[in-house]
Design a protein around this ligand. Structure first.
Ligand code: 5GP
Length: 179
């Protein structure tokens, strides 16, 4: 794995805008956004600016404090989930599709509550061999940007946002083309 890729809020907002435009152009009209926490919380809220829907959240932990991969596990789940999701069209949002184990886990869990349809939207898709799969029942997968296999430093994780944004400007040219 190479250097970190620093991204600014402005870059991410542009990615969200184009991602939302593609979802609309595709004719997908979800009833609800489900954000995978915590990484998907801010992206889901940004998507809501363009696709104004209620946001439900699920809490998943896939990495430990040293960024080492663990099996995804629930640390919080939607209360009365069946009532809220059965028969609904879900847009499941996370910030990044890395090994894909979290997406596979969440999609499988959500599908047990019989939604009408579940689509996936991620800001970033890492082009790498995946450990998880997008199940066959998922017909729509939207990725804002395809990138190489680097660790992405998101602005909401920055302790020094000014330094972070300076680095983001420098690495802007390294970002792949928008999908
Ligand atoms: P996956 O299950 O696809 O391997 O990873 C899912 C979760 O791992 C993401 O929701 C995210 O929280 C975390 N993750 C994976 N890659 C990155 C990365 O490059 N940067 C950050 N900040 N988090 C990542």
């Amino acid at each position: 794995m190479g250097d970190k890729l620093y991204l600014s809020y402005r870059q991410i907002h542009r990615t969200v805008r184009s991602l939302a435009a593609r979802i609309k152009a595709d004719g997908f009209e979800p009833d609800v956004i489900v954000a995978i926490g915590t990484g998907g919380f801010i992206p889901a809220r940004m998507i809501k600016t363009y696709i104004d829907l209620p946001i439900l959240t699920v809490g998943i932990r896939a990495y430990d404090s040293n960024n080492q991969l663990e099996r995804p596990r629930k640390i919080q789940w939607i209360d009365e989930v069946e009532k809220k999701l059965t028969g609904k069209k879900i847009l499941l949002v996370d910030e990044v599709d890395d090994t894909r184990t979290t997406l596979e886990y969440c999609l499988t869990e959500l599908n047990s509550h019989s939604p009408a349809e579940t689509a996936v939207a991620v800001l970033h898709h890492k082009q790498k061999p995946k450990l998880g799969v997008i199940p066959n029942f998922v017909e729509r997968y939207y990725a804002g940007v395809d990138i190489e296999d680097v660790w992405i430093a998101y602005p909401w994780d920055a302790e020094d946002i000014d330094e972070h944004c300076d680095r983001a400007e420098l690495s802007e040219s390294a970002v792949g083309s928008e999908a």
